[in-house]
Design a protein around this ligand. Sequence first.
Ligand code: P1T
Length: 379
Amino acid sequence: MKFNTKTIHGGQKLDPVYGAVMPPIYQTSTYGQTTPGGHKGYEYSRTHNPTRNALENAFSSIENGNYGLAFASGLAAIDAILKLLEPGDEVISTNDLYGGSYRLFTKIYKDFGIKFHFVNMENADNIKSYLNENTKLIWVETPTNPMMNIIDIKAIAEISKHRNTMLAVDNTFATPYLQRPLDLGADIVMHSATKYIGGHSDLVMGALIVKDKNLSDRLYFIQNASGAICGPQDSFLALRGIKTLHVRMQRHCENGKAIAEFLANHPKIERVYWPGFESHPNHNIAKSQMHDFGGMVSFVTRGNNYNEALRLLEKLKIFTLAESLGGVESLAGHPASMTHASIPKKEREKVGVVDALIRLSVGIEDKMDLIADLNQAIG
Ligand code: P1T
């Protein structure tokens, strides 16, 4: 089955009771038993729920995995991966990443005795000097949030494959429409399904997808034992979102390109970060591992001027100034004070998250309206 068919049918079957085309929202915490253990496969909704299971099957299908797991948020999904680790274990992570992931790593799991190395992985060989027998997890975000760096997933997988270490890829920015990390050698794919997967800014959710049965069993144990599952209503909404993922992504990419090019040609814009530019340092890797370049664009105003960035953000009319990304509507964010505020200023500035940086999640509105809005705000 091709991707554009999988988004609609992958892992799905007609509801066995009435043949409903969409899985019913099984809004129930528990299921009747005829005798202790005499049930129809469902006992309690933290453990299993038919609507969530339908979604988990869809996750697995679109990422070319064998098992999918749905969580209460993207961070809950990352948290489940970290619970696979033990004190003394080490993690090598991309140095540019979502501020909440950084906070979870450094403010919670560091205190449980796990050591984190934040490494610029734009050259995959850079991880070599950090790999040792304690390295149990390599954490890759690509494209990175918010600097749009591209990491070569295949190269990282090659370097780490003969070691007892897992490679997890946060595929939130790309989505499986653009890149499928399991096909490139990753062990775990993670999503903030809050973003493009849901696609309509109406839910908060996380996803993990794996190929390996043993790894799936361990993660499923954590999902059930820790309990950070998502509810049936949100599962239904995410399933509905997935059905249009390929169509939305096509337009996100088209509009993202138009906005990136408009900004790059604007005299009042200093620098634009978008992997579709031939001048992007990892453009060739992006071209080889991604199907297109996505709808996320970051930029800095002329002279690196924070006040100008602030003024621009306040003047936008169609773009909403807000956290999050990946919905049908365009959003503009200020990473330094919003999504990446939990990273110390010195650390974030090292990777380029300066006070004048603006991040756009380009939606699927008419691109001419979006360009006009940016144009009037830049002034
Ligand atoms: O918000 P939540 O669903 O828990 O997902 C966390 C997360 C994980 N990974 C990446 C790459 C993310 O971008 C996020 C959440 N990011 C935002 C809210 C944001 O505006 O960047």
